[in-house]
Write a protein that binds this ligand. Sequence first.
Ligand SMILES: [Mg+2]
Length: 267
Amino acid sequence: MPVTLSLRAIVYDVDGTLADHFRPPPRMLRGLVAELDEAGVPQVLASGKLHEYLGGMARGLGLEATGWVIGENGATLYDWSRLLFEVEGEYLNDVNMLRRLLWDGCLSESEYYEEPKFASVTIFPRDRDLSKSQHVLHLVQDLCRAHGLQLAPEVHPDSAVDILQIGVNKGRAVQAVASKLGLSAENLVAFGEGVNDVSMLELCYPVAPADAHQTIQDLVRRKGGYLASRPGPAGVLEGFWFLRSQGLTGFDLPAWLEQYRPEDECS
Ligand SMILES: [Mg+2]
């Protein structure tokens, strides 16, 4: 990837990247995010979570340079500052049909529950048993075949089964948000660690924490992005240290990021 000063906006995966699971983003990172927002840098959250959850998080983080967030792994776009909501994908009817088919005798509510979603479906086994997630995966595949539904199921390590419309992903949504900002996806730095981040990391300048999925690590190396020596949110701060040290961003980054030099360089 050519060295560029045209990186002008940022997109973050949330869980495992901007924040540890079930934790808020750490204080230093919140401070940096606030500082960048004040300087007018658009920062976009992109997650499997519901758009309203992400809108609340963006508001709490003080993200005002843009109100846009990407929900449901790219199936929804939401601007919390104007309450604008958009749905991505061509197969929304298939999502609704699958939901009816699943709960019409296939799945028992005593064993499974559905995370509230608008334009995708997420099913959890109540006991987080991965073999039950596999059962849902095969059931969805059979239903899609039988009814010609244009949907793609995926099992995650936390036992969630996400079912997205074919063609919907975070990368497509990042392109849509970038164009709203008058930018293209190549103008964005993307931070991510999970397989659902592949599509956006492919399009943007990719930065990943040390504990990123192997697929992500390979992608970052292939694209000449930055793979941090620290896991999770500390790896994001280290990523910002790298961007600053290489002068890759079209915006200023603070000098205190020096303390996040890669760990193997510190000793
Ligand atoms: Mg993640």
